[in-house]
Each structure stands twice: as C-alpha cells, then as structure tokens.
Design a protein around this ligand. Structure first.
Ligand code: NCD
Length: 312
C-alpha cells in the first residue's frame, strides 16, 4: 500500500525528497503535456480560512493542469467554521469528497491537527505566523533555477522585513539550514527579529548568521534578497504596525548597491516594501517566482498522490 504523507513543515521532507520534487518541477516545465492527465478523476480541496491569491489559485491551477478537479472555500465565513465546526471535523468531512487537501488557517498548528485526523494527504498552505512549506519549495526552486550554478548550497541570503511573523521566512530558514554553507543575513527592526527558536537552531547548528537593522550596509554582500511584507494581521495593535510597516523600502537607489547578479525574491503580496520602479530591474524575480509556485505545486501533488511515476 502507498504510504500516506503530509507536508506540514519543510522538515517533513528530506533534502533528497525536496530535491526530487524540484527535479520533477523542472521536468514538468520542460514537458507539461506529459502529465496533463495524471490526476484525472482526482480532486484537490482548498480550505482557506485566510485570504490568498497566489497560493490558492496556484494549487487549483496545478491540479487542473494535471487533469484533476478542484473544490473548496476561500474564507472561513463561507464554511461551517462560521457555525463553530472544528478543523478536525471539517477534514473528516472533506476527505469524503477530495483526494488531497490544502489548508490555510490563521492558527499555528491547524494544519498539523488536520493531518492528524486525515486519511488523505494534507498540505499546509500557511498556518498563522508559523510555516508555509509550499512557498518554501517555490523559493528554493526559484533560487535553484536562477543561480548560474543551479545550486542550493554556498550562497548568502538576506531576509528583510517582518522576520517575527513572516511564516515564509520561518519555513525558508528551516529548509536552508539543511543545505551546505548558506550564510544568513537577518535584516529587521528590533521588534520584528526572527523568533528565538529559529535563532537558537541556527546557533546550535553553528551556521553563519548575523542580525542587522541596516539594509544598505549589507546589500553588496547578498546573492539573494528575500523581501517580506510587515504582517499587519498578526499585530496586536495598529500603531505598532503603522510605525513599522515602512521600515524598509527597496528602490532603484538601493538596488544600485547590490551585486549585478543578486536576485530579489518576495513571496508577495507586496505593500510598500518594494517600489514599483524595481520591477523592471532584471534582478527582480518575484513574478517569475509566482510562476514557479505552480510548477512546484504540480510536482508536490503528483508526489503525494504517487502519480506519473512520482512518489514520496
Ligand atoms: C505569504 C503568506 O501568505 O504567508 N503569501 C504567499 O502565500 N505567497 C506572504 C504574505 O502574506 O506576506
């Protein structure tokens, strides 16, 4: 019998399994027609209790391009959560209708609860300020695709903005600690530093990292700059958000400080942190990143459903 796997944290995949999914995404990009029907007759349920554009639509587009169908909801208000149903009961229900589930929820740990009761694969599409492993696959695939040597080892990444609440940052840091010789430059206001458990993990693994509040000073040393939005919805009060939201604004002037082959990533949506004038800079990779997100989700769905020769 095929084993049931979930993707709740990047740690659920070994480095070899992650690379296998990225390799499959490369194959899908080269010949999408080869997998156009591998999920025929199967359905994905997207259960989104929090807003989303890219993540939900890319899961749905991915499943459609694999020949499968989609169902789900895009806000808690339109589901029985509004009547007080628990995540566990919703999963027990939805698995009668769908073969794989992607869930986004404002509470840390919700996806893990979902997986604990599920008889079909569950994918964490973001749980509160905790993790977002499919964005991480997207980020890794983008870095690997755009680096000249196509390697995920041996580079310096600057993570900038809301490192405290940004789940994409937490996920990416976790995944990159499994690689060789990655150097972390953590750029944030003091109030929005990376959580202590992740800093402790970097220190325990003796990985090179530094924390700074100054983006300009570190720009020339970065191979990848990962910009993030200040996560308004996770703040306890609006005044703090307003004070911190424009801590960093990447513009043409700052881009002049960067290496000619530095890449700028952002999980999107952006608010103010990357000025629109940067979009035309060839180093701006955030819209390519969106397109890569669909490819890795196709690969992940195939792997979790053991389709088209893929397996986990
Ligand atoms: C991110 C998220 O939801 O965590 N968006 C995404 O999925 N691409 C980032 C964000 O909302 O800031």
């Amino acid at each position: 019998m095929d084993s049931l796997r979930h993707l709740i944290s990047p740690d659920d995949l070994s480095t070899a399994e992650t690379d296998g999914i990225l390799d499959l995404a490369d194959k899908i990009a080269a010949a999408p027609e080869d997998c156009a029907a591998v999920c025929a007759g199967l359905k994905i349920a997207t259960l989104f209790y929090e807003p989303s554009t890219r993540t939900r639509l890319s899961f749905e587009a991915a499943m459609m391009e694999l020949g499968g169908g989609v169902l789900g909801f895009s806000s808690a208000d339109s589901s029985s959560a509004a009547k007080g149903e628990t995540v566990a009961d919703t999963i027990r229900t939805v698995q009668s209708f769908a073969d794989i589930i992607a869930i986004r929820h404002p509470k840390e740990g919700a996806a893990s609860v979902a997986a604990s009761v599920a008889s079909v694969p569950v994918i964490n599409a973001g749980d509160g300020g905790h993790l977002h492993p499919t964005q991480t696959l997207t980020d890794l695939f983008t870095i690997r695709s755009l680096r000249k040597n196509h390697s995920l080892d041996g580079f310096t990444i600057g993570l900038c903005g809301d490192l405290m609440f940004g789940r994409t940052v937490h996920s990416l840091v976790r995944a990159l600690t499994a690689r060789q010789n990655v150097r972390f430059v953590l750029i944030s206001p003091r109030e929005l530093r990376l959580p202590a458990y992740l800093l402790d993990d970097l220190a325990a693994k003796r990985l090179p990292f530094e924390e700074t509040e100054k983006l300009d000073a570190v720009m020339p040393r970065l191979d990848v700059l990962y910009m993030t939005r200040v996560q308004r919805e996770r703040f306890f009060n609006e005044e703090d958000y307003v004070r911190l939201r424009d801590s960093y604004i990447l513009d043409e002037k700052k881009m002049r400080l960067a290496a000619p082959d530095m890449m700028v990533l952002h999980p999107l949506p952006r608010v103010n942190e990357i000025s629109a004038e940067v979009d035309k800079d060839p180093r701006a990779a955030y819209f390519k990143q969106v397109m890569y997100g669909k490819l890795v989700r196709k690969a992940l769905i195939m792997a979790l459903l053991h389709k088209g020769g893929a397996a986990l």
